[in-house]
Design a protein around this ligand. Structure first.
Ligand code: DX5
Ligand code: ZN
Length: 222
């Protein structure tokens, strides 16, 4: 399967967000990554369902909503109604992970599980049969523009190997510090979906996206 690129709008210019979303769609984004932060699970506040709803009509690109909140189970319906396609939740949040995943599916969305850089792959294993996405953070969540954490690379390899061995229908997504120089590293390690915020937005969106995709595809060689 071809590499997918998911530009993260956290790095877009919010004063002209609609145009930036449109541009990312026209540039060939496979998904649009939307970072939801509650100022509690992570030390930052970003956006909510109202924003997702307002940009939904601008593009046909599927929305990949990343919930960095303490109680993800409380927001499933709101983001489903706002028009997201998938919803990813952290294993470290305060919830019954299995119940949340089931509720996401019941809401008609594609569920994904997220692991922080320090969380071992084993924590995801009990849920892998029930999710379609495994998002491995390559920075501590909270802010865009941070440096890629190379110590997560063995975990990407481990996830890839396990998913292939078990024949699971789970895509491996990576998020944080992905740019032209780090895209080949994660692609080679087995990532399917590359999130990139400051590597793509706010200027030269098309060129940046194209360069990241080319670098990743070259490194992957499969
Ligand atoms: C970080 C967010 C990321 C962020 C990525 O907490 O989850 O999606 O927007 O930004 P970059 O690519 O600049 O690290
Ligand atoms: Zn994210």
């Amino acid at each position: 399967m071809a590499i997918k690129i998911a530009p993260s709008i956290l790095s877009a210019r919010f004063d002209r967000l609609g145009d930036q979303v449109k541009e990312a769609g026209e540039a060939g984004a496979d998904l649009l990554h939307i970072d939801i932060m509650d100022g509690h699970f992570v030390p930052n506040l970003t956006m909510g369902p109202a924003l997702v709803k307002s940009i939904r009509p601008i593009t046909k690109v599927p929305f990949d909503t990343h919930l960095m909140v303490t109680h993800p189970q409380d927001f499933i319906t709101a983001f489903a109604d706002a028009g997201t396609n998938d919803l990813t939740v952290h294993v470290e949040s305060d919830h019954d992970v299995r119940a949340t995943i089931r509720a996401i599916r019941d809401a008609g969305l594609t569920p994904g599980l997220v692991l922080n850089p320090a969380t071992p792959f084993e924590k995801a294993v009990p849920y892998l049969a029930d999710v379609s996405l495994l998002l491995l953070m390559t920075v501590h969540p909270g802010f865009s523009g941070q440096a890629f954490r190379a110590e997560v690379v063995p975990k990407i390899r481990e996830a890839r190997a396990y998913i292939d061995k078990e024949g699971l229908d789970v895509e491996v997504e990576v998020d944080g510090g992905i740019k032209v120089d780090t895209a080949p590293i994660v692609a080679k390690a087995g990532a399917d979906i590359l999130v990139s915020g400051s590597g793509i937005f706010p200027d030269r969106i098309r060129e940046n996206l194209k360069a990241i995709r080319a670098a990743a595809e070259k490194a992957r060689g499969r």
